[in-house]
Design a protein around this ligand. Sequence first.
Ligand code: SAM
Length: 264
Amino acid sequence: MESTTAAHYGEAIFAPRNNEAERIRALAAATDPGAQACLSRIPVPRGGRFLEVGPGLGTMVPWFLTTYHPSEMVLLDRDVTLLEPLASPNVTVLTADINDPDITIGEFDLIFVKSVLMHLPDREAITARLASWLRPGGWLVVIDGCDLSAAGPESPLRSAMTAQWLVLGRTIGATSEWAMSFPEPLRRAGLTDLGVAAEMAVAEAGAPYTRFLQLTFESLRPKMLETRAVTADELDFAIEQLAGPRPPALGTLGVVTTWGRKAL
Ligand SMILES: C[S@@+](CC[C@H](N)C(=O)[O-])C[C@H]1O[C@@H](n2cnc3c(N)ncnc32)[C@H](O)[C@@H]1O
């Protein structure tokens, strides 16, 4: 049986000192364009008050500012080291843990959270809290990944994916299944006008997602080997393949976006 611990993202795994900034940059390059395409389908008001939870390097922020001209954009992350340069009269950088039920930051017209909630065991309660921070008519947009590799052929990459999810589940309580339940968490949080969209990230040569996988495996290598779901030889082969000119092109990650609105 899989057990989860109280360890946090950024501590037990994915600590900033490792390759984390480069890893997150690759993830952002792989998922920001799809997020922007999904957001463009929603009638988000220009000039509203926006919140991004767990913005990482803040790569979406310039796009939010030029597309919507928010009156204020709040960036909330437990580690804001790389976000501080983005602070400006209408960009507020806030150090906080979204698990904290006592955060008081007012109401928003848009709350955006990408590649964060799947890592947090209390994701249902956090979703309900985020929904409660919406102004009437405000939108909550949640994006997370789900694992598609289990349906692919046996391969070192597939074994590595299995080991990766075991590590993520055991150390911080992350799950690749939450995104497959979209949009139900938003319905449970009382939101309306629900929508969902998905795309597949494929490990192609030179793609940011391929680099992200390689960096994730390098970062988690010792813990992945402890799971015994992948051998050292298989893991090294998978990493080499991802870094080389002919990665296996396995569609391993589904990127699922869901959105919903607080009734007017
Ligand atoms: C995988 S990164 C995603 C970054 C960005 N959203 C993106 O898609 O590129 C996860 C982000 O969530 C932040 N994070 C993780 N747990 C958090 C928590 N409990 N409270 C606030 N932020 C958290 C991390 O510091 C990191 O910036």
